[in-house]
Design a protein around this ligand. Structure first.
Ligand code: AP5
Length: 226
């Protein structure tokens, strides 16, 4: 089977992490979510975490040169030989160019970019009620996906917390950053015939089913191209 190199694109809170969790189980591919990687680095007080923290707390993107190396290293690792799922990277055109250049050097290419899209109002509603597991980043919502026991992760029993960047002011700023810096990638990838649009507004299960259908189409097209 040809390798599956996927990017999950979309505004903050559109459900990339929610669908990414499902996908990594279904596809058994390594899942690299730059937000999770950066939050772990902040928690572990590494040099990367110290650099990233101030940007993340404000809802700004961390500088391209900081994040590009983090991902380049991972896609080059043996575990990613059959493919990978990137969530939250690339987020700017220079990041997309750097990813393409690295993949070309490795004689590889992206298979598809899934744009999970919702409007700004829905983003605010979702992020306002999000609860995140402190230990492993598992995601819940007080109304749309509540944990069985309030404040406790169903999967690993860790405390559920409100992320620092899920405060209303910061959410608004993250949305501005998305529209200014990340949304241009929609046209960028559409121009390369890699973009697949997924409506992120129905239930997580319905969005998951749409993602599955899209992947089936991508695979069929990849098989036909061989
Ligand atoms: P990151 O962690 O990547 O944040 P994000 O892209 O803003 O995405 P989120 O994690 O907020 O949302 P999501 O789309 O994963 O939604 P989720 O599934 O959780 O990045 C954080 C920061 O790191 C950035 O601001 C930046 O500073 C830095 N950073 C990261 N990558 C970078 C890069 N490449 N370059 C520079 N800086 C970078 O769902 C949200 C909520 O909705 C949950 O509560 C969930 O339960 C609920 N939900 C999900 N789906 C549904 C549904 N279908 N219906 C109802 N509710 C739903």
């Amino acid at each position: 089977m040809p390798e599956l190199n996927l990017v999950l694109l979309g505004p903050p809170g559109s459900g990339k992490g929610t669908q990414g969790e499902r996908l990594q189980e279904d596809l058994r591919l390594p899942y690299y979510a730059t937000g999770d990687i950066l939050r772990a680095a902040v928690r572990d007080e590494t040099e990367l975490g110290r650099t990233a923290k101030e940007y993340m707390d404000r809802g700004d993107l961390v500088p391209d040169e900081v994040i590009v190396g983090v991902i380049a290293e991972r896609i080059d690792s043996p575990e990613a030989a059959d493919g990978f799922i990137l969530d939250g990277f690339p987020r700017t055109e220079p990041q997309a160019e750097a990813l393409a250049a690295r993949l070309t050097e490795l004689d590889r290419a992206l298979t598809g970019v899934l744009l999970i899209d919702v409007d700004d109002e829905e983003v605010v509603r979702r992020l306002g009620g999000r609860r995140t597991c402190e230990e492993n980043g598992h995601v819940f919502h007080v109304d749309f996906n509540p944990p069985r026991s309030e404040g406790v992760c169903d999967l690993d029993g860790s405390p559920l917390v409100v992320r620092d960047d899920d405060e209303p002011e910061v959410i608004r700023h993250r949305l501005e950053q998305y529209h200014a810096k990340t949304e241009p990638l929609v046209g960028y990838y559409d121009g390369q015939s890699l973009l697949r649009l997924i409506d992120g507004s129905p239930t997580p299960e319905a969005v998951g089913a749409e993602v599955e259908r899209t992947l089936a189409t991508i695979r069929l097209e990849a098989d036909e191209a061989i």
